[in-house]
Design a protein around this ligand. Structure first.
Ligand code: GLV
Ligand code: MN
Ligand code: MN
Length: 421
């Protein structure tokens, strides 16, 4: 059947829903703090579920707390076309990262209701638990379990810095569902997201057709020196763990700069013990985030960091515990899903360009379980993971129109065996 060329989503309704969701965990600077599995995350989930029920969807929650809102297809036995993203945020997060992909999926459902249009295959809107990896590391853990990259026990046992696990927190907020995680066919997955970088806006383009996502490695390093008095201890006798950590910060930055322009290298978290102004720090915990589109380059960055930490620790008389806790290889999205996004963008006449995602997304894991691609829209000044993160209502509507067309065309073309070639 197919959508007529003049139909689109209700951009105002989508914008209003985004602003309503942004009230949950709103910060004074206009952003959002809705960390995974907190009471605020529960409130956001509850609001999403109530909207989906009002739109006629059935709801299922799996053991990782992933939520699936389903709109029946004409042939409900076909594998669903999924759309989605995440509702959790960074501690100083914005109103669009993640929540846009979720509510754009809901807006597709609402628009199909308005049009009285039933897709051939069912469609589902997914909320993936703990995408950010801020409270519980690693990122994208629950979509990773869904895709079979991690097992459920690994996912549920991830702990925050206070030792509370995802399993405990899911039970506490009432989202420890009973569905098994994954292990069911998904016809295709589409994730709409703000770009989180500056390219689309700088080039005046409305849509990013996402073909690839870069790889990532995350590390946790603990340096142990010796706590001692800041006054009587001569400089030459000190074993200062924070001094060692500062050398790692410099080296991480050097490793990234040496592979410009594509490498990214960040120390984002440092915990100093005992964190007292007149005690030489005896123990420091720090995290490293490395990214590059080429896995071989990422492996080279890994070797340089390991060598440096071992050499620096020996020279500084520190003990170093070095752990790589996460590795996601670069992803190539499915050519059929990329083509569906490109076709929808072309039909709508939006300016566009192909893009490699710099950020990690649940789509990176879904790509291992189903044909997958992403749709990017610009964000103001390319700023994200910041309370001032912003986007225009026009960009937000445009990306959702592309999502609607790509998802419907795919859901109407799916066969029992999945997406044809
Ligand atoms: C997810 O937000 C990431 O770190 O890319
Ligand atoms: Mn995100
Ligand atoms: Mn994010």
């Amino acid at each position: 059947m197919g959508l007529q060329s003049n139909v689109g989503v209700n951009g105002q309704r989508l914008w209003d829903s985004l602003m309503e969701m942004a009230k949950i965990g709103s910060t004074p600077k206009g952003g959002v703090c809705r960390l995974a599995l907190t009471d605020l995350d529960k409130q956001g989930r509850d609001l999403f579920v109530s909207w989906c029920k009002a739109a006629g969807c059935s709801i299922r929650v799996d053991r990782m707390g992933n939520i699936f809102a389903r709109r029946a297809g004409r042939d409900d036995s076909l594998p669903p076309v999924m759309m989605g993203s995440h509702l959790d945020s960074q501690p100083t997060g914005g109103r669009f990262d993640g929540v846009y992909g979720v509510l754009a999926g809901l807006e597709v459902v609402r628009s199909l209701n308005d049009l009285g249009y039933q897709t051939e295959a069912p469609i589902e809107v997914a909320v993936w638990t703990n995408e950010e990896g801020s409270r519980f590391a690693p990122a994208m853990v629950a979509s990773g379990v869904f895709a079979g990259v991690f097992d459920v026990d690994y996912g549920l046992s991830r702990a925050d810095t206070e030792g509370r696990t995802m399993g405990q927190e899911l039970a506490r907020i009432g989202y420890a569902g009973s569905e098994q995680v994954g292990k069911r066919p998904v016809g295709a997955y589409f994730e709409a997201h703000i770009e989180q970088g500056p390219i689309l806006e700088a080039e005046g383009k409305t849509i990013g057709v996402v073909t690839d996502a870069q790889g990532q490695r995350w590390y946790e390093i603990t340096l142990i020196g010796q706590e001692a008095h800041a006054g009587p201890t001569p400089m030459s006798r000190r074993r200062d763990a924070l001094l060692g950590a500062s050398r790692i910060v410099q080296e991480v930055n050097r490793i990234g700069l040496a592979r410009a322009p594509f490498a990214c290298a960040t120390v984002g978290m440092v915990q100093v013990h005992p964190n007292s102004r007149n005690v030489i720090p005896g123990r420091v915990f720090l995290t490293v985030d490395f990214r590059h589109p080429d896995d071989a380059v990422l492996a080279g960055m890994d070797r340089e960091l390991r060598d440096f930490v071992a050499r620096m620790a020996a020279e500084s008389r520190l003990e170093a515990e070095f752990k790589q806790i996460w590795h996601v290889a670069p992803i190539k999205f499915d050519p059929r899903c990329v083509a569906a996004v490109r076709k929808a963008t072309g039909e709508l006449g939006y300016s566009n360009r192909d893009m490699v995602s710099g950020a990690g997304h649940d789509a990176c894991y879904l790509a291992k379980a189903a044909p997958t691609s992403m749709i990017f829209v610009p964000c103001v000044d390319g700023i994200s993971h910041n309370e001032i993160e912003d986007a225009t209502p026009e960009w937000i509507e445009a990306g959702c129109n592309v999502l609607l067309r790509a998802a419907v065309a795919t859901a109407d073309a799916i066969e029992a065996g999945g997406l044809g070639g």
